[in-house]
Design a protein around this ligand. Structure first.
Ligand code: ZN
Ligand code: ZN
Length: 247
């Protein structure tokens, strides 16, 4: 666990990152990593906010199992709600399923994606829908930015006062298409994870929207958070290549 901006700490796990946002008077968890990470996330929260601490809510950037996996047990332990975009709720309540991963795409993530379930967790009545322009409970200084493409109801969270961006999988800060970049965690602003992205046209539009925000810090679901990468994000938006165009 490490502070990456005032009031924002990353909790890195083997596959994905979670974020603790706020101070000990009021904080939230953004994303919840793969199943089985609840103890690690709780311990990180206790180190940061003290024993017995409890967030106001859990926010999910999207419902993939590497972001929503530990959300259910954490929401139960803390007695709180889980917020996700209304378009993402069918996938988190067993009513819809994400398309199968595209295993013909290159890269390290594709290799490990073989072992990922395309189904995700069923969070049932713990869920509450996030609607555009609403004030976020426990996150009053932040805006939800709709960034569909990777999944239909994908969102990012943005704090305009200092331009900190929690990007989910709308972009990553490591090249998941490269085995060595993944192993060494070399920082690089990249398109969403290839095998699990369902709509590349929307994904491209979402990257352009995020680039227009000129974030000072990009904290994504995969990779180490990056500062001063707004130009690199703009270059990604300008030269965005979807896998269809590469083949
Ligand atoms: Zn994802
Ligand atoms: Zn992910």
């Amino acid at each position: 666990m490490r502070e990456i901006a005032p009031g924002v700490a990353v909790v890195p796990t083997l596959v994905a990152n979670a974020y603790l946002v706020g101070d000990h008077a009021s904080w939230v968890l953004v994303d919840a990593c793969t199943p089985g990470n609840e103890r690690q996330i709780q311990r990180a929260a206790e180190r940061r906010f003290g024993r017995g601490c409890k967030p106001r809510a859990i926010f999910l950037t999207h419902g993939h199992f590497d972001h929503a996996g530990s959300a259910g047990p954490l929401a139960d332990a803390w007695g709180i709600k889980i917020h996700a975009h209304s378009s993402e709720l069918p996938y988190l309540t067993g009513k819809a399923h994400y398309p199968p991963f595209d295993l013909s795409s290159p890269g390290f993530f594709t290799r490990i994606a073989r072992f990922f379930p395309t189904g995700t967790v069923n969070l049932g009545p713990r869920l509450t829908a996030l609607e555009p322009y609403q004030v976020l409970p426990g996150l009053p200084d932040w805006e939800m930015i709709e960034t569909p493409g990777h999944t239909p109801g994908h969102v990012a969270f943005f704090r305009r006062s200092d331009a900190v961006l929690l990007a989910g999988d709308a972009v990553t800060t490591m090249n998941l298409d490269s085995f060595w970049d993944t192993v060494t965690r070399r920082k690089h602003v990249c398109r969403p994870p290839v095998p699990a992205t369902s709509n590349w046209k929307n994904a491209r539009r979402s990257v352009a929207l995020l680039a227009s925000l000129r974030p000072s810090t990009i904290a994504a679901g995969h990779g180490l958070p990056m500062r001063g990468a707004a130009d690199e994000l703009s270059r990604l938006a300008e030269n965005f290549l979807s896998p269809e165009l590469e083949n």
